[in-house]
Each structure stands twice: as structure tokens, then as C-alpha cells.
Design a protein around this ligand. Structure first.
Ligand SMILES: Cc1ncc(COP(=O)(O)O)c(C=O)c1O
Length: 405
């Protein structure tokens, strides 16, 4: 079969593939523990449900405008005022099918084939393939000092005549690192000076710990006019646990939002009006759920980090936010795909290989599940990897025996 060059260059999303594997094992009744999840388990806000149901009850569910319904745009404008201290107008806003589509249409609107988009390592799995989908070249930028915290020089040293955009995701999936205010200021000013698009993927920006304060990129922009090349992306998936609703958005200058809306209009049309209504409910409704999710995640993070620190050979950096911990297991196995396979096969713990995020030797472990799963999952991993563990482990009444060294 003759597939396009683009189709041949794209891999299946590894996290979605792992979710499938988990579901199959679960269906077979296997006692599998999911430490690879990318979604909080809390209930969605009641205001989101009520708002959707009220619209369903009208009996009229029609096409929505390509760039979002006015009520959602207004809710996003309010959000932008509250969390970014910036007043924008509806022409600066597009609502998309998740932050994922907002990023995708932004890339389609700004990148030509062979142009480059730079992002720090480790990075969200989708960035390289999203760049490839538009025929552009992904340029991962590892931090020279080996940390999860990039410095301007790490990005600057990769900028060339083909560089068109930089994507910054802080707090970061998978490392949980929240980049310093100094770095955000540097990158905003650098991109402005070099006339490079800057996509700020802020999808986890309220899920931060240890009393950290939200960082607002606009604070450092010198010229926030219609030529500004900052695109801020956000959404309801993570903070409101509304991953299945597929609503995200982008804020940018009028021309870029117009271009993105044209692309989205032909691609999918506007997101479902029902889901947009749900997002309006979440954004305008009671906000206490976000804080209680944040507190739960901070507690889960502490439990996971403490357990991993008692795990000899594992190097762990305490995440500043998100619900991921990106731990270095290279003392046990440098090939993270092999390690992840080993853990699911031997002790039924699902983890995501670091290679998918640009850092082999690491595993991404999620703490968005229950404390019980975190404790049992890490315990099983420890048993499987630590050569000093006892020879047997019970999972319920199932006895596992080590047949590996
Ligand atoms: C860094 C990052 N950006 C964007 C997204 C996509 O979010 P959405 O569900 O709104 O498409 C994710 C989801 O995992 C993510 O981790």
C-alpha cells in the first residue's frame, strides 16, 4: 500500500498505545496497575455537567462556529484576565478540540515544510510528531547541564535560519519541572528579539506545588501588540479532569487566530457545542475542585517521591507540578522500552518509557491515581528490580517467583 511520506513518518501515540494494553490486561482480569496515566481521576465539575445537560435539553445541538462559541470565548477571556492579567478580545481567542488541536493548528498556521521548531528535552511525546505532521523538523533541545531546567543558551544554540518556533511546556510533562521565572523572561524576550513564534503550552499551569506561584509569560513581553508572536495554549483537560471533553484553546494575535480558525474550520469545524458548553460551566463555575485536585496531587507526589527515594539506584527529581515524576532507572536498565516491557510483563505495572520523551534510561510514573496504586506499584517495581528482594511476591493470592536475576 502506498502511504504518504507524512503518514510513514508518524508513530502511534505511545501513551494511547499503553492505555490500550492496560485495558486489554484489565479485561482479562489481570491485577495491572497503571502508573502511566495522563488524566486525573477526580470527578468533573458539577457546573460542567449542568451546563451540558441544559443544552442537550433544548433538543437543538448544531454546528458551532469554527473558532468557538461566544460564551466559551468570553469564559476564556475572563480566565486570561484572571490568570494572565491580560484583557483580550474574542478575535484573539480560538477554542479547539483539546490543547492538542490548538497546538496542531498553530503549527499548521506558522510552519512551512523543512522549517524547525525547538523544544526542551524531555518533551511531551506529541511535539515531534506534530511538527512532522506539517512537514516541519522537530529540534529537541537537551539542557547542557543535564537537568530538567533549560537555560536560554540551550535553546539559543539550536536557533538557525530555519527556526520558526519554540514550544515551552512548564510545568513540564514528563519531568514535572516548572521552569524558572528567569528562563521564561529570557525566552520571551529572546523570541521577541529574533522574531520567532513562542508557543507556551500552559496546560498544567495551575497544578503546581510547594507554594509556587503561577508564571505569566506576558509579563516579560516588551510589545504585546498585533505583531506579538506569543501563542498561549491552555485547556480544561487537566485542571478540571475533563480530558474526555476535548476542549482547549489558544490566545494569539488576530491574524494568527484567524489563520488557525480557517484551518480548524476545514479540519474538524468547531468543537462540539455540548463540550464547549461543558467548558463554559467549568470555567465560570465553582473553582474549589481545581484546588482540591492540586492538593491531592501534591500529596500523591510526596508519597511517590518518598517511595522512589527509598529505592536504591533510582535517581528522582521532585516534581514542582503536573502529576508526573520522571525517574532515572538507568542503573538498572538503560533501555527504557525494555524496562517498561519488563515491568508490565513481570509485575503488571504500566510505566511510560523515557525514550518517548527524549530521555532514555528514565520512566515516567504518574501519581494521578490512588495512593494504594502508587504504593503497590512502586513496591512491585522494587521487588522486580532490586536483586536483594525476596524470591517471592504475592499479588492478592497470586504468587510471583523471581526467575530472573
Ligand atoms: C504537555 C501537554 N500539552 C497538551 C496536552 C493535550 O491536552 P488536551 O487533552 O487538552 O488535548 C497534553 C496532554 O497530555 C500535555 O501533556
Amino acid at each position: 500500500m502506498s502511504l504518504s511520506l507524512i503518514a510513514k513518518s508518524i508513530k502511534a501515540s505511545p501513551t494511547l498505545k499503553l492505555n490500550e494494553k492496560f485495558s486489554i490486561l484489565k479485561e482479562k482480569g489481570e491485577p495491572v496497575i497503571h502508573l502511566g496515566g495522563g488524566e486525573p481521576k477526580s470527578k468533573i465539575p458539577m457546573d460542567a455537567i449542568l451546563s451540558t445537560v441544559a443544552h442537550v435539553n433544548t433538543g437543538e445541538v448544531r454546528y458551532a462556529p469554527a473558532d468557538g462559541i461566544p460564551a466559551l470565548k468570553q469564559a476564556i477571556i475572563k480566565y486570561t484576565r484572571e490568570y494572565y492579567e491580560r484583557t483580550v478580545s474574542p478575535e484573539h481567542v480560538i477554542a479547539s478540540g483539546g490543547a492538542k488541536q490548538a497546538i496542531m493548528v498553530a503549527l499548521q498556521a506558522i510552519l512551512n515544510p523543512q522549517e524547525e521548531v525547538i523544544f526542551p528535552v524531555p518533551y511531551w511525546v506529541s511535539y515531534p510528531d506534530m511538527a512532522r505532521l506539517v512537514g516541519a523538523i522537530p529540534v529537541p533541545a537537551p539542557a547542557e547541564d543535564g537537568t530538567f531546567y533549560p537555560r536560554l543558551q540551550d535553546i539559543e544554540s539550536r536557533v538557525g535560519s530555519y527556526t520558526k518556533a519554540v514550544i515551552i511546556n512548564s510545568p513540564n510533562n514528563p519531568s514535572g519541572a516548572m521552569y524558572s521565572e528567569e528562563f521564561i523572561a529570557d525566552i520571551v524576550q529572546f523570541c521577541e528579539k529574533r522574531d520567532i513564534w513562542l508557543i507556551m503550552d500552559d496546560i498544567y499551569h495551575r497544578l503546581i506545588f510547594d507554594g509556587k506561584k503561577l508564571i505569566n509569560c506576558y509579563k516579560y513581553a516588551k510589545k504585546l501588540d498585533e505583531n506579538s508572536k506569543i501563542i498561549v495554549v491552555n485547556g480544561v483537560s487537566k485542571q478540571y479532569a475533563m480530558t474526555g471533553f476535548r476542549i482547549g484553546w489558544a490566545i494569539g494575535n488576530k491574524k494568527i487566530i484567524d489563520a488557525m480558525s480557517n484551518i480548524q474550520g476545514h479540519q474538524t469545524s468547531g468543537p462540539s457545542v455540548l463540550l464547549q458548553k461543558a467548558a463554559v460551566g467549568a470555567l465560570n463555575g465553582i473553582q474549589s475542585g481545581v484546588e482540591s485536585l492540586r492538593v491531592t496531587l501534591e500529596n500523591n507526589r510526596n508519597v511517590m517521591v518518598d517511595l522512589l527515594r527509598s529505592f536504591e539506584g533510582v535517581k528522582v527529581h521532585k516534581p514542582d507540578g503536573t502529576f508526573y515524576c520522571f525517574a532515572d532507572f538507568s542503573a538498572y536498565e538503560k533501555n527504557s522500552n525494555k524496562l517498561s516491557e519488563f515491568l508490565i510483563d513481570k509485575v503488571q505495572v504500566l510505566t511510560v518509557p523515557g525514550k518517548e520523551f527524549g530521555m532514555d534510561g528514565h520512566l515516567r510514573l504518574s501519581y494521578c491515581g490512588t495512593i494504594k496504586d502508587i504504593q503497590e506499584g512502586i513496591e512491585r517495581m522494587k521487588w522486580a528490580l532490586d536483586p536483594n528482594s525476596p524470591n517471592e511476591l504475592y499479588i492478592g493470592d497470586r504468587k510471583l517467583v523471581r526467575d530472573w536475576s
